[in-house]
Each structure stands twice: as C-alpha cells, then as structure tokens.
Design a protein around this ligand. Sequence first.
Ligand SMILES: [Zn+2]
Length: 291
Amino acid sequence: MAIVNAKEMLLKATSEKYAVGAFNCTNLIQMGAVVEAAVELKAPLIVQASVAPSQFLTPQVIGAIYKTLAKAAPIPICLHLDHCSDVEFCKVCADSGYTNIMIDASKQEFSENIRQTKAVVDYCHGIGTISVEGELGTVSGVEDQVRVAEDEAQLCDPEQALAFVDQTGIDIFAPAIGTAHGVYKTKDPKLDFDRLEEIAALINGQQLRVPLVIHGGTGLKPDVAKRLVSLGGSKYNVSTDLKHTLIDTTYSYISDHREEYNPGKVDAAVKEDIKDRIKYWIELLGSAGKA
Ligand SMILES: [Zn+2]
C-alpha cells in the first residue's frame, strides 16, 4: 500500500537534499508510464492532475486510477491536484481520493489568498491526512486555466511568505521566484536564487516544517534545477515536457506508420518515451533509490 500524502515524503526529501518529481498527467497512459518509471528507479513519486483533466476525466475516475496504481506499487505515491483556484473543486477532489491539494489563490489580494487557502486547509485537515499546497506571488505562463503574463508575474515577498505559511497552516509552499510555466521565452530565465534561500531560512531555518515547491521545472537547465533543490526545493513540477512528449511521439508514430490502425502500438510508443523522460528527471533530482 503506497498511498501517501505529500508532506511526509517532502520533509524527508528536504532534509536529505533531493527533490521528488511531480509529474502532470492527462490520461491513463501517462499515469501508468510515470508510475512504472518511478518503480523501476525506486523513487518516491507525485502524480499530478491539473483542473482541466480532473474535470474532463472526473476526480472520481482519476482518484480510482491512482488508487489502483498506487496500491500495487512498492513505492510511496501521492496524487496532487495542481493549480486549482476554486475552493469548492478542491474539496471535491479531496473527497475523491487526491492526497494533496493545491489551492492557487495567488492572483488574489494577500488577505483573500490567505482566506481561501485556509478554507481548503481546514477542510482537508478536517477530513483526514490530506496535505495542502499554497502559492504566493505568481508564476508566469499558462498552466491549464491559470494565465499570467510575464510582466504581471510577481515574485514572492519573503516576510509575507512567513506570514502566509503561519496564518494558513499549509503543509507545502510554492513561492514565486521567477520560474515560468510552459516553454521559456528566454534562454536564461532570471531566477531569484537569493530569494528562495531567504524564504527557506525564514520558514524552515529554525525547524524544518513546510517543504518548498518549484513550479515550471521543464525548461530549466540541469545545473539550475540542482541549485534550486540544494536551496530547499523538494517538490519539482514537470508538466510541459510530458505534454510535448505525448503529442510529439503520437504524431511521429502515426506519421511513420500511416497504414497501421492499432491504437495499442501508439500507446506503447508514448509510454516508452514518457518513461524515458521521467527517468531523466528522477535521476537529475536525486530521488532514485529514495523510496
Ligand atoms: Zn505550476
């Protein structure tokens, strides 16, 4: 039985200076591939679904697939709802078997962000061991329905971060430090490493209590990813890479096998390529062998 919430998994990762890969999935093929790759590398795992696939497949179906895969896997696996700005939908997913919920009220005023985030924390902690991720500051780019223009993105203020964590009671925290969703428009995105270090010291300097999350992980260079992990990032989100792999592999397989009508072969090709990408990230983040 490997159903867990994210907090304990990430406390261990933070103290041992590695990060758990958190991979966004939109269907069963991706979820199966992600789990198989993590099992083969004995890595703890966070499977994520953002709001659109959660609505499309329904939270109940995603929850059931997750439970079936996780129960059979000899590694800890968490199911995370990514970037949900709707408090009520957060509750529906918590009721449907998601073990970690991200309420993203980061576009709201500070006090309203606290109010909505705390509402989800109170609900999730009230019904069991479901952990909650909150965000402060905004990550630019597009993730599902959440759109933030680059010039609108606001980095997380460290003092506010401490107040946010204390007043909401969140379990894991996503500070905006300059990473972006989607494909980076510049070759060298400006990340504020000092800010992450300061936030980590303020929140976890005395005692490790709230693991930190890195969003927009796909486009970062390996040395940048490692530096973010060394500064306290213990949940590392990868979404765009898996979307591109799914579409590119499907397109190239069908282009190369135009006379073939065997969907299982397309699925198998996608699964193999997704597994390769997951293994790349797991090795890079240092979580192989940590399950
Ligand atoms: Zn994100």
